[in-house]
Design a protein around this ligand. Structure first.
Ligand code: ADP
Length: 310
């Protein structure tokens, strides 16, 4: 089949990951152990994930007119992601996060939404033709729900399926979760939505059934980290275990999974096959430090699937 066309409306965030001996105290100048700069944001990660899986991918986003955008543009171009609908906001900073990681692995994050906060309904409207010409619209919750809702309305009018990864959890955005085709929360987000813990496959299938009743037109997929994932549609359900891999950093697993799942479904893969493909993309993501370096190309995902893990 021809390459699926996927449009991602979402965030661009430069991550400056600082490793610290402890959190800084008031008035303290603390010497960091090291600093690593990664390009991220759930929107960016999922766009790159979809592109590396073989989709023709576009992004609707906002960036500042600064160095941060220059780095994103270079990487988007290298991956062949169309960025004509990334709007540069004069005087704004590109989104930035300062994850502070302590020796025990605990982390605290300072987030500056920057230009991401400027993404609005107008951005969705200006991209209406792009959305209409796509095979899927992929969304997360790091940008304003009003921009996302407008894009969803445009997609629905034109019969374009909407894949929503409701991350980070935003209770005020429940409307979005009810008006998508595919809802893809992780266990924490799913638990927040149903109001009880989601610890294993049994809990996840029950939660998926409940969430499906609230509106998603096609199905619900819940990811459970190293415990795999479940998927439920109005006709069938499936639970897929995680591949066994040497995990070094969980960052980006969900983004890899969502990008890959959207591509797989656009290609017409059956539910279980799409879950297995996406789970392999998620498994690969945890074998690399940082999100973007762990987003695998299709051949790598297929090799991982064929080998049953690494
Ligand atoms: P999020 O990053 O949103 O919390 P998850 O941690 O649930 O997402 O990961 C998404 C998917 O990636 C999982 O359903 C699983 O298939 C895969 N995955 C995540 N962690 C691991 C792991 N440690 N080993 C193998 N696969 C994993």
């Amino acid at each position: 089949m021809s390459r699926p066309r996927i449009v991602v409306l979402g965030s661009l965030v430069v991550d400056l990951v600082v490793r610290l001996p402890h959190l800084p105290r008031r008035h303290e100048t603390l010497i960091a152990l090291d600093v690593a700069r990664h390009l991220g944001g759930k929107g960016f990660n999922q766009a790159v994930a979809a592109a590396r899986c073989g989709a023709s991918t576009s992004m609707i986003a906002c960036a500042g007119d600064d160095d941060g955008w220059g780095s994103f543009r270079a990487l988007l171009e290298a991956e062949g992601v169309d960025h004509r609908h990334v709007r540069l906001v004069a005087g704004a900073a590109t989104g930035m996060a300062l994850p502070m990681v302590l020796p025990d692995g605990d982390n605290s994050i300072v987030l500056l939404p920057g230009a991401n906060a400027a993404l609005d309904e107008g951005d969705a409207e200006r991209a209406a033709d792009l959305v209409a010409a796509s095979d899927a619209l992929l969304l997360q919750q790091e940008v304003s729900p009003t921009a996302s809702l407008r894009a969803v309305a445009i997609a629905r009018e034109r019969g374009v399926p909407v894949f929503l990864n409701p991350a980070p959890a935003r209770p005020e955005a429940a409307e979005l979760a009810e008006d998508c085709d595919w809802l893809l929360p992780n266990e924490v987000e799913a638990a927040a939505m149903v109001g009880r813990p989601v610890r294993d496959t049994t809990d996840a299938l029950e939660a998926a059934e409940e969430l499906l009743q609230r509106g998603p037109r096609a199905g619900v997929v819940i990811t459970l980290g190293a415990r795999g994932c479940v998927g439920m549609t109005h006709e069938e359900h499936a639970a897929v275990p995680a591949l066994k891999v040497a995990a070094v950093d969980p960052t980006g697993a969900g983004d890899a999974f969502c990008g890959a799942f959207a591509v797989a479904r656009c290609e017409g893969m059956a539910l279980r096959d799409a879950l297995r493909f996406a789970a392999a993309a998620g498994a690969h993501a945890v074998t690399r430090v940082g999100a973007e370096p762990g987003l695998a190309r299709r051949a790598v995902i297929e090799a991982l699937l064929a080998s049953g893990g690494a």
